[in-house]
Design a protein around this ligand. Sequence first.
Ligand SMILES: [Fe+2]
Ligand SMILES: [Fe+2]
Length: 192
Amino acid sequence: MLCLKCETNKEWVEIASRNLESIMIDHAHCERKAASNGMSMILRYPEKTELVKEMMDLIDEEMSHFRFVFNELHSRGITMTRDTGDRYAQLLSEHIRKPEPHKLLDLLLVDALIEARSCERFLLLSKSESIPEDLRKVYHDLFVSEAGHYRTFTDIARLYFPAETVKTRLEELADIEAEIVKGLQNLPTVHG
Ligand SMILES: [Fe+2]
Ligand SMILES: [Fe+2]
């Protein structure tokens, strides 16, 4: 799907479906972190007008996702707990090169890959028969939205870098991402 080079295994879907409370709390944190990541991109690159405009829209959307998931938790009597961290995102971020302009390209493409993986996993959850129907519909809507975010990040990358450069680096990072995913432990978190 999208640029991903490996599929999430079936065990993760089963574990996630059986631990909805854990998945939903982690998911709320993912949305919160996606919004705050948009903010940090504005902080880093205020002179990049198109990037700032796109990030403002993205922040609005991610905050609306956060609000939605938070309210879903509340309506189910679940209280949010502290963030347990995201090893997948940490491992992937280690491959962001430090010097500019490589750093900007890598930040955008790592974000694109994280959106793509979230998108793939929301689609899997939307098809899981162990998950209540109303929640499956929510995951389907989020699958569509996160696919749009994948395109936002790759489109911004192509705005500031030659298409061929973006394609080559996306391929490299997608290979790395696939290896990270293959080593995950099937935890009941969005990127577990
Ligand atoms: Fe989101
Ligand atoms: Fe997103």
